[in-house]
Ligand binder design. Structure first.
Ligand code: VAH
Length: 318
């Protein structure tokens, strides 16, 4: 990977991935793109406003910078996609096929994430296998399953070097998530620092796979640098660092903030989405084929999240 184009570079993953890639490959070799420019975004390196549903725009930017790799992250997440399913189809599928077409025509290596959202209520819930039944009941899940198949198709039909992982809920202290079902696992840390309490919209006992963002970034780079000959599953590797429910986060937080209180006000829409997803994934294929191994468990993540958020709060004089 010498010249990398990132779509969705202002999003929860994209904002951190772009920075990490610039540290490794050089700022001038990583082009961030998103639907609009924001002030100061060009301070760290090249940035272009690109609407991924406009294939010509995307192609022109990739050609302009002679990018050899595409990290396609622009998408609507599960809860927002459920609220606006038609728009989600246009962005998540229209954007993806435009990105794949650009990668095909410009011979680019390609990464796009799938998600635990690619599974549904009939998928085995515990130790969800790499290869199993995928009948999701959300528009986001339909997009993710179709996306996995589309990336496989562009690989075996056109030889595009497509790669991907099924991300669990991602937790970060840098860019807030937007419109996800697992966002509670980020909000709880901010509220713990600010108010020492949090009201969860996901019910007690609802397990979902989760991962700290540093592990997610490591996984993307490790997969993209892996020997292509070793990749059997190529796209949509199950990866996870922990299976956790709201009470697990509360217990981990209370080791630092003993007075922290967790309450519940369940949002039926996001609860319904969460209940359709697995409780825990089997990540052995990723470990076997490209050495995936998460470094952060819930306690190590919690210590880092609370520390970084507290630092930001005191720097902002809050
Ligand atoms: C969401 N954070 O909640 C995303 C992710 C596994 C969940 O895909 O939609």
């Amino acid at each position: 990977m010498k010249k990398i184009l990132v779509t969705g570079a202002l999003g929860q993953i994209g904002s951190e991935l772009t920075g990490r890639l610039r540290e490794i490959y050089g700022a001038e070799n990583v082009i961030g793109t998103d639907i609009r420019k924001v002030d100061g975004v060009e301070d760290e390196g090249p940035f272009e406003a690109v609407d991924v549903t406009d294939g010509e725009q995307l192609w022109n930017v990739a050609k302009k910078y002679e990018a050899d790799t595409m990290m396609h992250l622009a998408a609507l997440l599960s809860a927002k996609a459920e609220a606006f399913p038609r728009i989600a189809w246009d962005i998540n599928m229209g954007g993806l096929i435009n990105a794949l077409e650009t990668a095909k025509e410009l011979n680019m290596k390609f990464f796009t994430p799938s998600s635990i959202g690619a599974f549904g209520p009939t998928t085995p819930k515990d130790g969800t296998p790499q290869n199993t039944l995928q009948r999701p009941t959300t528009m986001y899940g339909v997009n993710k399953v179709a996306g996995e198949l589309l990336c496989d198709y562009y690989h075996h039909r056109f030889g595009v070097d497509t790669r991907g992982v099924r991300f669990p809920g991602l937790i970060s202290h840098v860019a807030p998530p937007g419109g996800g079902t697992t966002d509670y696992a980020v909000e709880i840390y901010y509220e713990a620092v600010k108010k020492k309490e949090y009201t969860s919209y996901i019910a007690k006992g609802t397990y979902m796979d989760m991962m700290y963002m540093p592990d997610a970034l490591d996984a993307i780079i490790q997969l993209m640098e892996a020997d292509t000959e070793r990749l059997i599953h190529r796209n949509a590797f199950n990866i996870s660092a922990m299976s956790a429910e709201p009470e697990d986060f509360a217990k981990a937080i209370q080791k630092h903030i003993p007075e922290f209180k967790l309450a519940y006000k369940v949002d039926p829409i996001r609860q319904n989405i969460a209940e359709s997803w697995p409780n825990s994934l089997d990540s052995t294929a990723a470990t076997k084929e490209w050495g995936f191994k998460a470094k952060y468990d819930i306690d190590r993540m919690t210590a880092d999240m609370l520390g970084k958020i507290s630092q930001k709060a005191s720097a902002a004089g809050k």
